[in-house]
Design a protein around this ligand. Structure first.
Ligand SMILES: Cc1cc2nc3c(=O)[nH]c(=O)nc-3n(C[C@H](O)[C@H](O)[C@H](O)COP(=O)(O)O)c2cc1C
Length: 333
């Protein structure tokens, strides 16, 4: 089997442009990135939220970044595609996976999956005018029921999707239970689009296991696993093996924090995003709950800086982070 293609899944509130750029400076192995989803593309040209650093090609690599939209409106998706194209992007991605009730209850994200007719009308509208812009979809198995995707696949097959990323859970599960690798595997022969597997890849060992199950699929989107262990993509690809992980992790976190602080003009608002990342990163340490208790109560910059130094002084990284092996799922905060 050739080397897998790896992407870093989008996380609203975490994997923004500063994160992606700092991540790329410190770690290898990730071939492709996605923006967290955009919404509200109301204007025909220059929608306000498509003007900032998050999408501006001066801060992003248009060759390896795919902007994502959360919408069910073909016209809005086309406005987004047009503006992304003007910025130099080659592909956009539609979020049909978001499970959060305030999104899904409005038949958006994975809340659209029980309505094949609406999906078909939306995709017809999109593909009629999208031209040479590539269009991909990220979805779950369903919102209420994992069989919902069975009615959606023939619709996806009518259109030239550039890829279909499937996270094999249903929306109602949020992130509970396990990703259903067997169900993903059973769908493979029925899907025309290039397929990407996403879900519960927490170590190189898990990827090896899942990869054997889902052959010939060889593209994987990493999520919480790589937020917790940013060496994961390197470990999967056996890059940069002999190195000092503790120092690298420390330097990355400092760099990200300082970068976020610069962007926020020194405001303690940055703490929210750093804490969100630590809610995954804590799993890199032998005592995740001790680490999380220190981080979660912080509300001043100095406290945060001291806590990070204390964690690196007193806590050890898990053997899973050192080796990439060990199949345990992360703890929840
Ligand atoms: C806090 C949070 C924010 C997320 N934001 C997005 C998003 O903006 N777009 C998207 O497609 N998926 C989003 N996701 C889903 C992840 O990209 C990924 O699909 C999910 O975590 C499953 O992969 P994993 O099991 O490897 O973590 C989000 C998940 C979480 C927990």
């Amino acid at each position: 089997m050739s080397e897998p293609l790896l992407s870093l899944g989008p996380f609203q509130g975490i994997t923004d442009a500063p994160f992606r750029n700092v991540f790329k400076r410190h770690f290898g192995g990730v071939d492709k990135f996605y923006t967290p989803f955009f919404t509200g593309i109301h204007k025909e040209d220059h929608a306000k939220n498509l003007q900032g650093e998050e999408i501006d090609p001066r801060y992003n690599d248009v060759e390896t970044l795919t902007p994502q939209i959360l919408s069910t409106d073909a016209e809005e998706i086309l406005r987004f595609a047009k503006q992304c194209k003007q910025l130099g992007y080659k592909e956009i991605n539609l979020n049909m996976g978001c499970p959060f009730p305030r999104v899904a209850n409005k038949k958006r994200g994975c809340g659209l999956l029980p309505y094949p007719d609406k999906v078909e009308a939306m995709l017809e509208g999109v593909f009629e005018h999208i031209g040479d812009m590539k269009f991909s979809v990220k979805c779950r198995l369903g919102y209420f029921d994992p069989e919902e995707i069975d009615a959606i696949i023939p619709i996806f097959n009518k259109f030239p999707l550039s890829e279909l990323i499937i996270h094999p859970r249903i929306g109602k599960q949020l992130y509970k239970g396990e990703a259903d690798v067997n169900r993903f595997k059973a769908l493979i022969p029925f899907i025309n689009a290039p397929l990407v597997y996403n879900g519960d890849i927490f170590s190189a060992e898990t990827l090896e296991r899942i990869s054997k199950e889902v052959q010939p699929v060889n593209e994987f989107m990493l999520g919480r696993g790589i937020l917790a262990n940013p060496f994961l993509a390197e470990q999967i690809k056996c890059e940069n093996v002999p190195d000092d992980k503790t120092h690298r992790l420390h330097d990355y976190l400092i760099d990200l924090y300082e970068d976020r602080l610069r962007h926020a003009g020194g405001s303690p608002k940055v703490l929210g995003r750093m804490k969100e990342l630590w809610s995954y990163m804590m799993n890199s340490f032998d005592e995740p709950q001790v680490v999380w208790r220190k981080i979660k109560k912080i509300n001043a910059l100095k406290e945060y800086e001291d806590a990070v130094e204390e964690i690196f002084r007193n806590q050890c990284l898990t053997s899973q982070v050192f080796s990439g092996y060990g199949a345990s799922a992360p703890h929840d905060r």
